[in-house]
Design a protein around this ligand. Structure first.
Ligand code: PPS
Length: 291
């Protein structure tokens, strides 16, 4: 029924490759009116967006699991630039949400609607080891057929390194947001830090959001947002998405949830090429992450 949406080529918006239906709706995204109390969760795809979204929503709801379980994460934290036949657009969804809203986006910083900066909204950026992002993105391309065919793993890795994937270059994305974080209210987090010490990172978020939560609430957030819990929770594992949009039989959205899975996919040669390319791309930036 929706097969006509499958495996379409990416289009471009201001030079960034993106799904055609998102590009179609871009005027609504560009003119989106952020409110001062909005919190923006901004990430390159596959970097821990859903994880940080659930953490933030739990904090907003004072650790009340039942409240969070009332709706799917993609309704509780609407996806700003989302636009797809058969679904409400992210901008329409957000228009119906009372302040304070939590907004998800993957846009590179130069495509951020101006109102977020005008309103001085708080933002949280999560960065992840690009090697793990590439592996996760490859599996996402396979299971979510709004993406073009990823080809073989090697072909996909080359496209990823060239920025010829949805949302463009990972390198430009992190560098752009890293610079913006120097002058704006942006909490910059790393997926690997969240894996290493989730309690420490959750406390950073609580502090950034100026909340005061008891340790037992923090413990509850920790438990509820663990990979195992989120994987079996239908409101966070994306199984509430129609099967034509995401085929979890091909690869589950909650796939492995670990750092370093790239070692199971990169050949020695691919790793060598990637490291050299990474060095070249990140030259001159003070951004550092595990690779
Ligand atoms: S998306 O589609 O861009 O919004 O995807 P995103 O949520 O950014 O990234 C999906 C990857 O994050 C992993 N994930 C988690 N890891 C650890 N703990 C928790 N709680 C968690 N929730 C989601 C998810 O498994 C995807 O990574 P991979 O490596 O594919 O498993």
């Amino acid at each position: 029924m929706m097969e006509h949406l499958y495996r379409q080529d990416l289009m471009h918006i201001h030079g960034i490759p993106l799904y055609w239906s998102f590009v179609d709706n871009w005027p609504q995204v560009e003119s989106f009116q952020a409110m001062p109390g909005d919190l923006l969760i901004t990430t390159y795809p596959k970097s821990g967006t859903t994880w940080i979204s659930e953490i933030v929503d739990m904090i907003y709801k004072d650790g009340d699991t039942e409240k969070c379980k009332q709706d799917a994460i993609f309704n509780r934290v609407p996806f700003l630039e989302m636009s797809c036949p058969g679904f409400p657009s992210g901008t329409d969804q957000l228009a119906a949400v009372p302040s304070p809203r939590i907004v998800k986006t993957h846009v590179p910083v130069q495509l951020l609607p101006a109102s977020f900066l005008d309103q001085d909204c708080k933002m949280i950026y999560v960065a992840r080891n690009p090697k793990d992002v590439a592996v996760s993105f490859y599996h996402f391309y396979l299971m979510a057929k709004m993406h073009p065919d990823p080809g073989t793993w090697d072909e996909f890795l080359q496209k990823f390194m060239a920025g010829n994937v949805a949302y463009g270059s990972w390198y430009d994305h992190v560098k752009g947001w890293w610079e913006k974080a120097k002058t704006h209210r942006i909490l910059f987090l790393f997926y690997e830090d969240m894996k290493e010490d989730p309690e420490r990172e959750i406390k950073k978020v609580i502090q950034f959001l100026e909340k005061d939560l008891k340790q037992e609430v923090v413990n509850n957030i920790l438990h509820h947002t663990s990979f195992q819990e989120m994987k079996k929770n239908p409101t966070t594992n994306y199984e509430m998405m129609p099967a034509w949009a995401m085929d979890h039989g091909v690869s589950p959205f909650m796939r492995k949830g670990m750092s370093g899975d790239w070692k199971n996919y990169f050949t020695v040669e691919q790793n060598k090429i990637f490291d050299a390319h990474y060095k070249e791309q990140m030259q001159g930036s003070t951004f550092r992450c595990l690779i």
